[in-house]
Ligand binder design. Structure first.
Ligand SMILES: Nc1ncnc2c1ncn2[C@@H]1O[C@H](COP(=O)(O)OP(=O)(O)OP(=O)(O)O)[C@@H](O)[C@H]1O
Ligand SMILES: [Mg+2]
Length: 368
């Protein structure tokens, strides 16, 4: 999958921008000039919202009332994608046809992005890791989000009913059984999807981490209350905690408590790994996701490495860039172009960004 052409209007600090991309693209410039904004726009075009978690409104250039992103994207066919964001909502189009349901649009353009904030996948709370997992799995598995929404709906109903049982001991436990049964059914589906995904990531992540660092043994452990249990076993688990659930007025076990733990052998990276090791572990994870896209969907997604280089030594950077193969369209943003290996620079299109203006750099200018 490749984005050949990008056009921005009023996006962040870009009033107007129109560029053509190559297979390898390096966007460089000083802090705050607008490098991340460019790759963010590609991400927003694909997924209709930013990875920077913020409100859509901040994507619109200050003092303007809309922003528009357009891209020509090739997968099996080449299509024109468009997103228009206003204060009160957004609209998407493919080849000038409006798509009324965002869910029919999202993930047609596939993107894997690394950004320094992704270190949260290791450092942050289980809830951050679950969110990230949900986002990643939903791109391969159409029914995943539906199952998750259904699970969350039943979970809410069950929690409400538990509270009402606490205050009224005459309430029937039959209805609780029905809710529990529904919850378990959706929970098992989600458990299976997560397990399958993590197993597939584990098929590759150790080798990828070794390619970057020379060290073996990176693995992700999936921690779940449903761990390899049959439906009957899960049911009896729920039966055992029923009184406790009623006391607390909430469901104390289930896939809403799942977590994943990055480990070197038996050492937990969150507690043990250096900054650089954590970063390399996240990058190995991203490469594993990239391979999974190729395996499951037949083509590589667009690969974005935003500000990859800080805290990494030159040899790790070289190793990371060596893993990327020419079939993957790649975007690299950096303040330090001299950290990029010459053979990558030689095959890349270079862009310099200064204060919301981008220009293609002729490599013969002698600037790099
Ligand atoms: N809605 C907006 N309207 C105008 N300018 C904006 C808007 N949102 C962000 N900016 C500007 O965009 C710039 C930040 O751009 P960006 O995050 O792309 O920088 P960067 O080049 O990636 O920097 P760094 O090297 O620090 O990561 C800031 O100068 C910020 O003021
Ligand atoms: Mg940036």
């Amino acid at each position: 999958m490749k984005i050949h052409h990008l056009k921005l209007i009023n996006f962040r600090n870009y009033n107007k921008l129109e560029i053509d991309f190559d297979n390898y693209n390096i966007i460089y410039g000083n802090n705050g000039e607008g490098k991340t904004n460019i790759v963010e726009s590609i991400y927003v075009l694909a997924l209709t919202k930013s990875f920077r978690g913020s409100n859509d409104k901040v994507l619109i250039m200050n003092n303007k009332d809309f922003t528009r992103i357009e891209g020509k994207v090739e997968d099996r066919y080449t299509d024109d994608y468009k997103i228009i964001i206003k204060e009160n909502g957004k609209k998407v189009k493919i080849n000038d046809t409006s798509i009324s349901k965002l869910s029919d649009y999202i993930s047609k353009i596939r993107v894997v992005l690394f950004n320094p904030d992704d270190l949260r996948i290791i450092k942050d709370t289980p809830s951050t890791r679950r969110k990230n997992l949900n986002l990643d799995i939903s791109q391969f598995n159409n029914s995943y989000l539906k199952n998750l929404n259904n699970y969350n709906k039943v979970l809410k109903q069950r929690n409400m009913y538990l509270k009402s049982m606490y205050f009224n001991s005459n309430k029937s436990s039959d209805y609780l059984d029905v809710l529990t049964d529904n919850l378990i059914d959706y929970g098992i589906k989600i458990y299976k999807s997560r397990k399958e995904f993590i197993d597939l990531i584990n098929d590759n992540i150790s080798e990828l981490y070794k390619n970057i660092t020379g060290v073996d043994g990176l693995i992700i452990n999936y921690i779940s209350d449903f761990n390899d249990l049959s439906k009957e076993d899960v049911k009896s688990k729920y039966l055992n905690i029923r009184e406790k659930d009623i006391m607390f007025g909430k469901t104390t076990i289930g896939i809403h408590h799942d977590d994943i733990i990055f480990k070197f052998g038996d050492k937990v990276i969150k507690d043990y790994g250096s900054e650089g090791q954590q970063k390399n572990a996240v990058i190995a994870y991203k490469f594993a996701v990239l391979r999974l896209f190729k395996k499951k969907l037949g083509s590589y997604p667009i690969f974005i490495l935003d500000d990859l280089f800080s805290e990494l030594d030159k040899s790790k950077i070289d190793n990371i860039l060596d893993i990327i193969n020419d079939g993957v369209q790649t975007f690299i943003t950096t303040t330090e172009i001299d950290k990029v290996n010459k053979h990558i620079v030689d095959k890349s299109k270079l862009f310099e960004v200064i204060d919301g203006k981008i220009r293609e750099v002729n490599k013969n200018e002698g600037r790099v």
